[in-house]
Design a protein around this ligand. Structure first.
Ligand code: S3P
Length: 740
């Protein structure tokens, strides 16, 4: 049972929001004790009679026995009541509010004693409507609605976690947001539209004393002005409380109206059409994404293709997004750490965002990502909450396999699902060793997702990995953190070690024996929140490193690239082929080696890929094959059967495309043989694999004819602004969409 149900909750203000909190909590648990205070006796009587409220009384009577206080009143009243609440509550009580303005609330809070400041978590459910009062309240008002928490600097982490849990139990999705940002965002998305609705009704009413216009006003007027039926007192308070942010956006709006007026007078159809078409597009997309369906990319109705034209060049300097492997791990460890973790450079791609959403669903309050910045309010090793639905891992094998290890050790059941590609990928590699640790975990059909997990306690084991997989190693390390005793994992050849490095940054001891390839840790410790700077992803940089290496005249700089020696296989292999790559300014950031790279064109030579390089370049082979296809002579790869079970069968996917482009290729069960040649144009398939799609873009730079690449939407899983970055340095790449 959730901790929140053992608490005595006091609701101050029994209107639409306060009443719906009471209804929702009572529905979730008959046993929870709910008290209420309101000046409106009717609401209290009705709530008591319907059994939603256990006790009513004066504020001073009810505050001392409350474990949690929800102040569900307009911002001005929250401020007015603040010192009464501060004086009345016990020290262990946690307080939140629901006002739609936050900075003024925190200003008032900071005038209260220090201990009270820590107890107060400002919140804002985005669930109000033009209706008000207890009679409009319902037990499902918050189901699937967003609730924003704006933790301030002095907030206690326990308080944040408890208020998060309160909203989760009401069915809401909880997001963290910076205070100031909240007030700016709400000024634009809520306060301005309300002000406009009121003022339009006001203007029209002035024009029409006799009700003539209103008689002919239809759906458009009603739709646009719905917000003007909202509680007038509450909204006048909001405008005044959020005066700066509201008037800033109002100034911009007034300017825009003046421009519209001028252009209408000048009959400037072109301007009007441009603005209206663009606004319609934005609004349609908003409705599609945020009003009708949330899981857009789960069922895309459009197929995205790429078209690359010959004649592109590579020149300049680029920034590639943050490392995907490190981004996943920053979320995972930040969530189970004690304390706050700040992340910069986080990859805002779909894969790492799915991991982030999973932890939000498990009760972790996270601010961001915004320009790669995140603030994670860690819940500690025992603080995750049972997810309310299966956790969707999208396209990401890393997310699924790492979370399998973490979830196997939790004291609640869970289920992990994925998209079409992930649903075909092998999971026994993590399920089997986790079962040896005692986990109650199974795949639907013994091998592929969904993965179902039941709660149990784990014990440490000694495990010899059959394949060099960092995902398997990390999964077992995560399980080992919670297991009784010691967990030892031996890897057959060196594979990426971000998990071990990051655990060190979080203050957790992991022993590494490099000679035996052994990783050892003891369960039962704690992680300490920290700051993580995520370097640029060498896997994303690899596309452009190859592009610069194969395009005559190219010269390219890529800064701040992660150079962990377990990831630099692609550079080692290209250098073996004769590539011109300079590595400068080598440094260490948050335990990860980082450097600036410069790459220019040279004619490459085919090579036999040394097998020890395979795990170190495992994700870069699609683009490496492009380099091999334009090198002189033959390139041969063996010992890479893993490539058959990545997001696609990368050996066959690449071989098929390369053949279409006129390259002679033979595949083996565990490798490929590529005869260097030159690219014709043609239509190739990415098989929905992001890395295959991006690899063929680079071939387009030196192909004789255009190359069309099918099914490229999944590029968003790892490289959100790929097309813009590619265009920036001279690649002639455009996106074409086809309806399914
Ligand atoms: C990853 C490990 C690699 C890699 C994947 C990310 C990780 O997989 O291919 O993209 O973050 O641990 P394997 O460890 O299974 O080879």
């Amino acid at each position: 049972m959730s901790d929140i149900f053992n608490k005595r909750v006091l609701i101050v203000g029994l209107g639409l929001i306060g009443g719906s909190v009471a209804h929702g909590l009572k529905k979730a648990s008959k046993d929870i004790k709910i008290d209420a205070f309101d000046l409106n006796g009717e609401a209290l009587t009705s709530a008591s009679e319907s059994g939603v409220i256990d006790k009513t009384g004066s504020l001073e009577e009810l505050l001392p026995t409350a474990d949690v206080v929800v102040i569900a009143l307009p911002a001005t009243t929250v401020v007015d009541l603040m010192s009464r609440v501060a004086n009345g509550v016990q020290e262990s009580c946690i307080i939140t509010d629901v006002a739609s303005v936050k900075t003024s609330i925190v200003d008032a809070l900071y005038e209260q004693p220090h201990s009270f400041q820590a107890q107060f978590v400002p919140g804002h459910p985005i669930a109000g409507s033009e209706q008000s009062g207890f009679s409009a309240a319902s037990d499902n008002l918050f189901v699937d609605r967003n609730v924003i928490l704006t933790p301030h600097e002095k907030c206690s982490l326990e308080a944040i976690a408890l208020i998060n849990e309160l909203w989760r139990q009401l069915g809401a999705n909880v997001f963290g947001m910076d205070l100031k940002k909240h007030d700016e965002v709400l000024a634009a998305t809520s306060h301005l539209p309300h002000l406009l609705a009121y003022s339009i009704v006001d203007v029209i009413a002035q024009q029409d004393k006799g009700d003539n216009i209103f008689r002919f006003a239809a759906g458009g007027f009603a739709g646009f002005t719905r917000l003007a039926s909202s509680d007038a007192k509450m909204w006048s308070d909001i405008f005044v409380f959020n005066a700066k942010e509201t008037t800033d956006i109002l100034d911009i709006f007034i300017d825009r109206l003046t421009t519209f007026k001028d252009r209408i007078i000048n009959k400037d159809h072109e301007f009007l059409m441009e603005k209206l078409v663009s606004a319609k597009g934005v609004r349609d997309e908003f409705v599609e994404k945020h009003v009708i369906g949330k899981a857009q990319r789960q069922f895309p109705d459009k197929q995205m293709n790429y078209l690359v034209k010959p004649g592109g060049f590579i020149n300049g300097s680029i920034k590639v997004p943050g490392d995907k492997s490190i981004s996943h791990r920053a979320i995972i460890f930040g969530s189970i750490a004690e304390g706050v973790t700040k992340v910069s450079g986080f990859l805002e791609g779909e894969d790492s965002l799915n991991t982030l959403n999973a932890f939000r669903e498990m009760g972790v309050t996270i601010i961001g990502p915004e320009n790669g910045d995140l603030t994670i309010y860690g819940v500690g090793m025992k603080g995750l909450k049972a997810p309310r639905a299966p956790l969707y891992m999208g396209n990401s094998g890393t997310a699924m396999r790492l979370l399998a290890g973490l979830l196997a050790a939790q004291q609640f059941p869970s289920e992990l699902t994925g998209d079409e590609s992930l649903s075909k990928r092998p999971m026994s590699r993590v399920v089997n060793p986790l079962q040896q640790m005692g986990a109650k975990i199974r795949c639907a059909d013994g091998e592929t997702p969904p993965i179902k997990i039941n709660k149990t306690k784990l014990k440490g084991i000694s495990y010899e990995m059959k394949i060099a997989s960092a995902q398997v190693k990390s999964c077992l390390i995560l399980a080992g953190l919670f297991a009784e005793g010691e967990t030892t994992i031996r890897e057959p050849t060196l594979c990426r070690d971000h998990t071990e490095r990051m655990l060190k940054s979080f203050g957790y001891k992991v022993q590494k024996d490099k000679v035996n390839g052994e990783t050892k840790l003891k369960g039962g410790g704690t992680l300490c929140g920290t700051n993580i700077d995520v370097p640029a992803d060498i896997s994303s940089a690899a596309f452009f490193i190859v592009a610069a290496s194969i395009t005559p005249g190219a010269s390219l700089d890529i800064n701040n690239v992660g150079m962990n020696p377990t990831r630099t296989g692609i550079i080692n292999l290209l250098q073996l082929m004769g590539a011109n790559i300079t590595i400068d300014n080598e440094r260490e950031i948050c335990g990860e080696p980082v450097a600036d790279l410069s790459v220019s064109y040279t004619r490459l030579q085919g090579i036999n890929v040394p097998e020890d390089q395979v795990p170190l370049a495992i994700d870069e082979f699609p683009v490496f094959f492009i380099a091999a296809a334009c090198a002189a002579g033959v390139t041969e790869l063996r010992g890479a059967a893993e490539l058959r079970v990545k997001e696609s069968d990368r050996l066959e996917a690449m071989a098929a495309g390369l053949r279409t482009l006129g390259i002679v290729v033979e595949t083996r069960s565990d490798g490929i043989r590529i005869q260097g040649g030159s690219f014709q144009g043609g239509r190739v398939d990415s098989f929905g694999d992001h890395r295959v799609a991006m690899a063929f873009v680079m071939a387009g730079l030196i192909a004789r004819e255009p190359i069309e690449i099918r099914d490229c939407a999944n590029v968003a899983t790892s490289f959100p602004h790929f097309v813009e970055v590619a265009n920036e340095i001279g690649i002639r790449l455009t996106v074409t969409s086809v309806m399914n």
